[in-house]
Write a protein that binds this ligand. Structure first.
Ligand code: TYM
Length: 325
């Protein structure tokens, strides 16, 4: 089965991105043909610094590699290096109803957050995402909960295209992780952890052990002092328990037992330690790859040429079905 997924290179990829998406990719690449993209064309729909973009792309590549994406097996590439993404997005825009796009939760949230930056690209963002997936005729898309609505729209667009012009695209399914599909903010456990919020609200995959400790120790918790999982009464502690569980592989019940009668402070200290240890390879890989950017660029360029071969074949069929040359 072919799988497609991607991350925006925004410079502060966090444990929510990792636990919600990337961690699943590693298991999926064993038995599937995987295409993992660094979606720079999506990253420029919200305010960004052009001088930082290339560095952020290389950082995203080092996260893929540190997490265990195998470039010999899976395709890793940068979206803008395969021009067919932009071309297919334009073609799909001509069959995407405006009404569908204006319902998108992410568009509503982002246009509120960036009032002076509400551009047509932000509005059409989900169509570019559909193009990403459909270009490779991917059957499944491993993402976190916040992207589920966009994958559903990609299904709608695929169906519409197939009905109007003839069968080309499979209708892609979302793959959500059983737990961790929505990691919450450390400063407000009622909101999802987000790259564009205050850095205190997320743990970046490259944070130093000192920063991790500071952020976890000051993470918002709930009244009481018992470490128990209860998402409605104790959303803060429950979020930290989920993170602890995903990082250590222990169940939340096992962790509750481990910290019975010990209070929040001790639990948080232990979480900070397990997180800092777990993320050590990410920091190391980033440092190592900073000195080997020739290797990373070469890997990305090979990925792009493998991606291009698939993309060109799809585009030939799409153009022909749509009556273009
Ligand atoms: P992005 O860069 O915002 O996020 C990358 C991945 O991380 C997941 N995620 C989370 N999972 C759990 N808890 C959270 N708090 C959390 N925050 C983010 C996201 O669901 C995503 O899987 N539009 C996409 C990128 C994209 C894409 C695609 C994905 C572009 N084209 C095609 C799949 C297929 C995005 O902005 O992800």
């Amino acid at each position: 089965m072919r799988i497609f997924s991607g991350i925006r290179p925004t410079g502060n990829i966090h444990i929510g991105n990792y636990l919600g998406a990337v961690k699943q990719w590693i298991e999926l690449q064993e038995k599937n043909e995987c295409v993992f993209c660094i979606v720079d064309l999506h990253a420029i729909t919200t305010p960004y610094d052009p001088k930082e973009l290339q560095k952020n792309i290389l950082d995203a590549a080092s996260i893929y590699l540190a997490a265990g994406v195998n470039p010999e097996k899976s395709i890793i590439f940068v979206q803008s290096e395969v021009k067919e993404h932009a071309e297919l997005a334009w073609l799909l825009e001509t069959i995407t109803p405006m009404g569908e796009l204006s319902r998108m939760t992410q568009y509503k949230e982002k246009s509120k957050q960036y009032k002076d930056y509400v551009n047509a690209g932000l509005f059409a963002y989900p169509v570019l995402m559909a193009a990403d997936i459909l270009l490779y005729r991917a059957k499944a898309v491993p993402v976190g909960k916040d992207q589920e609505q966009h994958v559903e729209l990609a299904r709608t667009i695929a169906k519409k295209f197939n009905q109007k012009f003839g069968q080309i695209f499979p209708e892609p399914e979302t793959i959500l992780p059983k737990t961790g599909a929505k990691i919450m903010s450390l400063t407000n456990p009622k909101k999802k952890m987000s790259k564009t919020d205050d850095p205190k609200s997320y743990i970046s995959l490259f944070d130093s052990p000192e920063d991790i400790t500071k952020k976890i120790m000051s993470a918002e918790t709930d009244s009481g002092k018992e470490v128990v999982y209860n998402i409605t009464k104790k959303p803060g502690i429950s979020n930290l328990l989920i993170i602890y569980s995903l990082i250590t592989g222990k169940t939340t019940q096992e962790i509750e037992k481990q910290f019975k009668g010990k209070g929040y402070g001790e639990f948080k200290k232990s979480l900070a330690k397990v997180l800092a240890d777990y993320l050590e390879p990410f920091r190391r890989k980033q440092k190592e790859l900073q000195t080997r950017d020739v290797y990373v660029k070469e890997m990305l360029s090979q990925g792009a040429s493998r991606a291009k071969t698939i993309a060109e074949t799809t585009m030939k069929e799409v153009r022909s079905k749509m009556g273009l040359s």
